[in-house]
Design a protein. Structure first.
Length: 328
């Protein structure tokens, strides 16, 4: 009797109607998140941090299909893991005023490991196009080498819903890529080095549009991390990097793409050393951005960076963040 009652309640909840504008059919979903994971094995517990980026499409009201990218840092060994890719399904089964609940399912592949993830999420609507979301999930992993394992994950991020009312307003918004505009922003990144080290850093930046779609600026980077297993190394890294960026899309579009390059100064200081090591670093990049308000864009960037002349100092740089456009 109790089981039938519970099933009846679950069916009624799943079939409950929601008129929430964010989760309507045809909306586009963008979600950068920060994730903490924990593997509670008694003989070798592990905790890790990850940056993840998901993009999806609402196939029906409340049902979202998408895919995502991720890169994770294991704080136990501080070894780099290869970038991961995943597919995801999300069903928003309950909405009331500003709050909602959803079911989350994902299939991922990372570092020779297939994983299945099930979770329950909560969202808080901040405005018609942005929500704060958190997901508590259970993951079962099947590595190619080694034993299967389970872990729990907690993800927190901002979700952007590009719905029709928002898209209808784009033409009335000021062009963010016009001559004379300034862009001020910041991003966070995980670097995956060929030499099997990884770091997490932050990048404040400022740029100015010399002409429509052409911007120059400067970016500062700071990272501090511990790398290696047998002989741990603690590093503090600073970078000051002028950059050039060309936006390949028209200036009056809600979604833009860009290519760019940068050359700057790189310095790293080992723990206990008085004199930092310095080098010239150069990078080529490509990326895209999405306007989420008349003056704010979410963007992501993939760059290949070379520090000095040694091959082991070449690395991939994946980051995402926000840009604020100051228009005259």
């Amino acid at each position: 009797m109790h089981i039938k009652t519970l099933l009846t309640i679950l069916i009624l909840v799943l079939l409950s109607h929601s008129s929430h504008a964010q989760i309507k059919k045809g909306n586009i979903y963008i979600d950068p998140t920060f994730t903490i994971s924990h593997k509670p094995t008694p003989w070798n517990p592990r905790t890790g941090f990850a940056l993840e980026f998901d993009i999806g499409f609402f196939a029906t009201d409340r049902l979202m299909l998408g895919f995502g990218l991720s890169s994770e840092l294991d704080t136990e060994t501080n070894d780099a893991t290869t970038a991961g890719i995943r597919s995801l399904v999300r069903y928003y089964y309950w909405q009331k005023e500003r709050h909602g609940l959803f079911l989350h399912n994902a299939f991922s592949y990372q570092a020779n490991t297939f994983s299945t993830l099930l979770g329950l999420g909560w969202n808080l609507r901040l405005n018609p196009s942005i929500s704060l979301e958190s997901v508590l999930s259970y993951e079962h992993a099947n590595p190619k080498f080694g034993d299967n394992y389970d872990r729990t994950r907690l993800a927190v991020g901002l979700a952007f819903f590009l719905n029709k009312p928002l898209r209808d307003q784009y033409e009335s918004w000021p062009s963010p890529l016009s001559q004379g505009n300034w862009m001020i922003g910041g991003s966070t990144a995980i670097f995956d080095k060929v030499s099997a080290q990884s770091e997490i850093g932050v990048h404040p930046s400022i740029g100015y549009f010399l002409s429509d779609r052409i911007a120059v600026g400067a970016k500062l980077s700071y990272a501090r991390f511990r790398a290696g297993n047998n002989f741990p190394i603690q590093l503090t890294i600073w970078e000051a990097t002028p950059f050039f960026r060309f936006f390949v899309t028209p200036k009056q579009v809600p979604v833009f793409a860009f290519v760019g390059a940068s050359v700057g100064h790189y310095a790293q200081s080992f723990l206990g050393d008085d004199m930092p090591e310095t080098a010239i670093q150069a990078a080529a990049e490509l990326g895209f951005g999405v306007m989420v308000s008349p003056y704010v864009a979410f963007d992501m960037r993939l760059a290949y960076q070379s520090i000095g002349r040694l091959a082991e100092n070449r690395q991939w740089d994946f980051d995402f963040g926000f840009q604020y456009f100051l228009t005259p």
